[in-house]
Design a binder for this molecule. Structure first.
Ligand code: ATP
Ligand code: MG
Length: 217
């Protein structure tokens, strides 16, 4: 209870983790829809550091992915970007992300947003039980994947609000396809924000043959 007897409700923070290589409109629509649905005060985008599930694959530098995420979210007053995973300089595990954000925002409720494809694999994530202690989970629909909580039902039986499934406008966009398009000189306009199109071209990202501009920023 605050001054004047008004009850201040706890802040609600969305957490949108991803490789964001590059960030695209599927990510942004997911965050925006969940923010509206759960009356979130803010959505924090968290680009991964070393993406452990993608080890061995060619992932753009954390700084390039971080900057594209900043560019894509800068115009939205309730979107922000966190460097917790980028600066950890270790493989990224969502449980570490949530521990760090909980420490930084002890008075907030965290809502971790995840697409249907990632949700399918969640029981294989490190310390997944602790993850569900640290945040509520929101699974969003994604074209090509079934949005289901069946694999989690028995684990979360006594906690009906631990996971909510949300249908969002279907955008069949993936970073993999954006990288492929950029590599083949095909358009990524309208799949990613304009500033991200320009950043990809400025930094020559995803061009297999082109000389890499690593270290040029
Ligand atoms: P990649 O093809 O490199 O795996 P991606 O498009 O899947 O990239 P990620 O950075 O892996 O993007 O995804 C971050 C989060 O956003 C994940 O939870 C993922 O399920 C979700 N997501 C990605 N694209 C969409 C989309 N088009 N609709 C809904 N959710 C999405
Ligand atoms: Mg993915």
């Amino acid at each position: 209870t605050g001054a004047g007897g008004a009850v201040r409700r706890r802040r609600r923070l969305g957490v949108m983790g991803g490789t964001f290589d590059p960030i695209h409109h599927g990510h942004l629509v997911a965050a925006s829809e969940v923010a509206d649905r759960f009356a979130l005060d803010e959505v924090i985008f968290v680009p991964t550091g070393q993406p452990w599930q993608k080890l061995g694959k060619d992932v753009s530098s954390a700084e390039d992915r971080y900057l594209m995420t900043v560019i894509a979210t800068a115009s939205n007053p309730s979107f922000s970007v966190s460097r917790v995973d980028v600066d950890r300089h270790k493989d990224t595990y969502t449980v570490d992300t949530l521990r760090d954000l909980r420490r930084q925002h002890p008075d907030a409720d965290l809502y971790f947003i995840t697409g249907a494809d990632a949700l399918e694999t969640i029981l294989s994530w490190q310390n997944w039980e602790e993850m569900f202690e640290l945040a509520k989970f929101v699974g969003v629909s994604r074209p090509g994947y079934e949005l289901s909580n069946e694999h989690l039902a028995e684990h979360l039986a006594d906690r009906p609000d631990a996971l909510t499934l949300v249908e969002i406008p279907a955008l069949a966009i993936s970073s993999t396809d954006c990288r492929k398009r950029a590599g083949e000189n095909r358009p990524v306009w309208y799949l990613v924000p304009d500033g991200v199109v320009q950043y990809i071209s400025k930094r020559n990202l995803y061009r297999r043959d082109a000389e890499r501009l690593d270290g040029a920023v």
